[in-house]
Write a protein that binds this ligand. Sequence first.
Ligand SMILES: Cc1cc2nc3c(=O)[nH]c(=O)nc-3n(C[C@H](O)[C@H](O)[C@H](O)COP(=O)(O)OP(=O)(O)OC[C@H]3O[C@@H](n4cnc5c(N)ncnc54)[C@H](O)[C@@H]3O)c2cc1C
Length: 475
Amino acid sequence: MRTSDEYRQDLYRMKPNIYVRGKKVGRDSPDLSGGINVISKTFDLVEDERFRDLLVAKSHLSGKKINRFTHINQSAEDLMKKQEMTRKLCQLVGGCIQRCMGCDAVNGLSVATFAADMEHGTDYHKRFMEYVKEFQERDLVAACAQTDVKGDRSKRPHQQDDPDMYVRVVERRSDGIVVRGAKNCITMGAVADEIIVVPTRAMTENDKDYSVAFAVPADTDGVKIISRTSRLRAHEGLEMPQGEIGDDENMIVFDDVFVPWDRVFMCGENKYATLAAHLFALFHRHSYTGCKPATTDVIMGFGALIADYNGVYGRHNIREKLVELAATAELVYSAGIASAVHGQKTPAGTFIPNEVYANVGRRHAGLNYYKELEILAELAGGLPAALPFAEDYLNPETRPYIEKYIKRRADVPAEHVYRCLFGISNILCSSLGGTMAVAGVHGGGSPVMEEIAIWRSYDFEEKKEIAKYLVGVKE
Ligand SMILES: Cc1cc2nc3c(=O)[nH]c(=O)nc-3n(C[C@H](O)[C@H](O)[C@H](O)COP(=O)(O)OP(=O)(O)OC[C@H]3O[C@@H](n4cnc5c(N)ncnc54)[C@H](O)[C@@H]3O)c2cc1C
C-alpha cells in the first residue's frame, strides 16, 4: 500500500493540466492542498488501530492486503465495512472523504463489463480486471467522471444540437479510441491519479457513440481540468484539524483524448453502458449512507456543543432539534445497512447493494441537508455569520474585547466558544460549506434521480393488492 507521501510525490510528478483562477498549475499548487490533505488520511490511517480493520481489505484477486478504497465488494460484510469506514473517515475530516468515487466506479464496472461480455462475447471484463489488479497494486486514487455537461436537458445525447454535450467516441482505431466531450462537477479530479469515465444516463440504440466507459491517467494529453477549489484556512496560533481540509470540484474536458483498448471498458454496447451508469450510481448512493450520516454527526456535534456553551443544552427546544438530526443520521445509516444485508451476489462475483434501500437512504439524506443546516443556524444564533476574523481574534489589541463579549457560561473558556463558533461558521458561511450543501442535494444524483430508481424497482403493485384484499376487491 502507498503512503500519503508517495501519493503526493506521484501527484507532483504529473504534467500540469489543472486550471485554477486563470492559471495553469501543477498539483503542488497550494489551491489543491486541502483535497490532498483529505485523501492523505485514507493512506495514513491504514496503520492506525482504530481504522486498520476498516481501511485494510484482502484482495479477492491477489490475496494481498489492499486499501479498501480499491476493493471490489464480495459480501454484505464488505459493504457494511465500507459504509462504517466512510462514516468514521468523514467524521474525522468534518465532511467528504472524496476517495469513494473511484471505488464505486470500479465496483459498478466489474458487474457491467461481465454482463456485456455474456451477451456480446466481448472481453471487457478480462481487461477491466487487469486494470483493477493495477488499481489495487498501485493503490490508486480515481475520480469518477459520470456527470456529462448534458446541454438541453430535454434531449438525449444523439439529439443535442452540439454532439459534444455527452462524452463520445469520435474515432475508433486499431490501437484504441479517441474521445471528446466534458464532464461537470467532478469531485477531486485535480488530486486523483486516474479518471474513470462512465456514462451518465440510460443510452438508446442511437446513442452508441456515447455508450463508452474507460480510465485514463489524469494528466493524459488532451485532458484539461478546470478546477474550483475551496479551502478552510489553518491560522497560525489557531490551529485545528478542520483548518486542514479542502475540496476541488472540476470541469474535466476531453479534447480528443486517445484511450488504448486495454483501458476501454465499454464501447457501443448501449444496454450495458446504461447498466454501468446505473451501477456506479447504486454503489455511490450506498456510499452516501455512510458519508451523509457523518456530515449530520458533525452538524449535530456543533449544534449540541454550542447549546451546551450557551447554557441551554437539554432544554426542550434544543432536544427536539438534536433528536431530529439524530433521526436523520441514523435512518440514512440504517438504510445503508439494510441495503447491504439485502444486497446480492452477481454472476461477476461482486456483491451489490439493494437498490431500494440505497436509494431511499440517499434520497432522505438529500432532502434533509438544508434542513439540517437550518437547525444548526437556529441553534448557533447569528454570530457564525458575524464572527470576527481569526486574525482579529489573535490580535492582542482586539482579542480581549472579543473574548469578553463572546463569553457564555462562566466555566467555559472564551477560546472554546470562539473555536466552536469558528467551526460552525466554516460549515454555514464558508465557500466549502456552500459547496458541501449543494453536494448534499445533488451529489450522487439529485433526489429526483433516486425517485426514478425507486419507481423502477419498488413493487407498488403488491401494495395495490394489499388495499384490494383489505376492502374485498376481487378481480
Ligand atoms: C459538489 C458536487 C460534487 C459532485 N461530484 C460528482 C462526481 O464526483 N462525479 C460525478 O460524476 N458527478 C458529481 N456530481 C454531479 C451530480 O451527480 C449532479 O450534480 C447531479 O446528477 C445533477 O446533475 P446536474 O448538476 O447536471 O443537474 P441537472 O441535470 O441540470 O438538474 C437540474 C434540475 O433539472 C431537472 N431536470 C434535469 N433533466 C430533466 C428532465 N429531463 N426532465 C425533468 N427535469 C429535469 C433536475 O431534476 C433538477 O431539478 C457532483 C455534484 C456536486 C454538486
